[in-house]
Design a protein around this ligand. Structure first.
Ligand code: SAM
Length: 343
């Protein structure tokens, strides 16, 4: 879904550089994670640039690829297992497209650190990408004492709690824009896909329900004495799913970027959705979503409640999901924004 948006952004960037396409084109993927999917986006970006250079008879630039994530990310596996396969595939693709002698100069760098701070030298990047990361806050906001029984924004959350989460998003996102504003060259592009919402209401089910189901499970376990109530009351997740309006407002306020496009897309919670794969086994629909939640929430839950409760939490979560998904269509909403560095 994001690929055409990246293609439009890169196409627009390259001609503005005229015949002086940068000799070295610097790409950063922020929050790259570690897995077989990590390098897909880099492959897409490089292919787009190669095709554009080919069509306009420009010489290929060298590529510098920066893969960023938090220092705890498994960069070792990324560079020792996934990168060599990726590099071999890339050079094969080059040869099949452009002949036996075609070569591609592509240099990979790992950049451990938080993107809510500076990561790169001034004006050293041409294209920044980030997917499914910027809904994570740099910290749990202050002032959530009134959010008892909830772990994120819920219908029963007081206005002060909703404001605290929103203000944390504003601080984080404007810091992110400040930093990238310094690191991108003028005219450079940034495409961000953020788990968000269409509604103006931050407590809307379309962005909160999957988290609130987790709160339901934890409350159930409190009532059965499996989790301490005080522990539950002091647990909140560092998260905020913005609306397109909120994203645009922060970009305008911060001032380093213009908005080229701002779109919303939908992804079904179920990786086994019938519209996605007609040969689905419907009784397994909730499995993918349970694993997705477990992959993201487990470190937070273990840090707060300890590791012993985890299997039980997700066994129950899966049952709640199955019930919910059997009753209604469930979607993730993505906010995809394409930005151009203007000053
Ligand atoms: C859901 S994964 C997304 C992975 C990949 N970009 C994708 O689209 O499949 C979110 C990633 O963001 C990273 N992340 C969260 N906060 C971050 C921060 N402040 N700085 C850098 N990476 C961060 C996490 O460590 C995790 O690897």
């Amino acid at each position: 879904m994001t690929k055409p948006i990246m293609k439009a952004a890169i196409t627009d960037f390259l001609p503005t550089a005229g015949t002086t396409i940068p000799a070295s084109f610097a790409i950063a993927d922020l929050g790259c994670s570690c897995g077989p999917n990590t390098l897909f986006v880099v492959s897409d970006i490089i292919s787009i640039i190669i095709d554009l250079c080919n069509a306009t008879k420009h010489e290929l630039p060298e590529f510098q690829v920066f893969l960023n994530d938090l220092p705890e990310n498994d960069f070792n596996t990324l560079f020792s297992s996934f990168l060599p396969t990726f590099q071999a595939k890339l050079s094969e693709q080059m040869k099949s497209k452009y002949g036996a002698l075609a070569t591609l100069s592509c240099f990979f760098n790992g950049v451990p650190g938080s993107y809510y701070g500076r990561l790169f030298a001034q004006e050293s990047l041409h294209f920044v990408h980030s997917s499914y990361c910027l809904m994570w806050r740099s910290q749990v906001p202050q002032g959530l004492e009134g959010n008892k029984g909830n772990i994120y924004i819920a219908r029963s959350s007081p206005a002060s709690v909703i404001r605290a989460f929103y203000e944390q998003f504003q601080r984080d996102f404007s810091t992110f824009l400040d930093c990238r504003g310094q690191e991108l060259v003028v005219g450079g592009r940034m495409v961000l896909t953020i788990l968000g919402r269409r509604s103006d209401d931050p407590s809307s089910d379309e962005c909160c329900h999957h988290v609130n189901l987790l709160a339901t499970v934890l409350n159930e376990m409190v009532s059965e004495g499996l989790i301490e109530e005080e522990k539950m009351d002091s647990f909140n997740i560092p998260y905020y799913t913005p609306s397109p309006k909120e994203v645009r407002w922060e970009v305008q306020k911060q001032g380093s970027f213009s908005v080229d496009s701002l779109e919303v897309s939908k992804v079904d919670w179920s990786v086994f959705d019938t519209s996605f794969d007609p040969n689905v086994v419907l009784k397994d629909r909730e499995y993918g979503m349970t694993m997705c939640m477990r992959a993201t929430a487990e470190p937070l839950l273990v840090g707060h409640f300890g590791g012993e409760v985890i299997d039980e939490v997700f066994k129950r979560y899966r049952a709640h999901l199955a019930d919910h998904m059997s009753k209604q269509k469930t979607l993730f909403i993505n906010v995809i924004v394409s930005l151009k560095k203007i000053t």
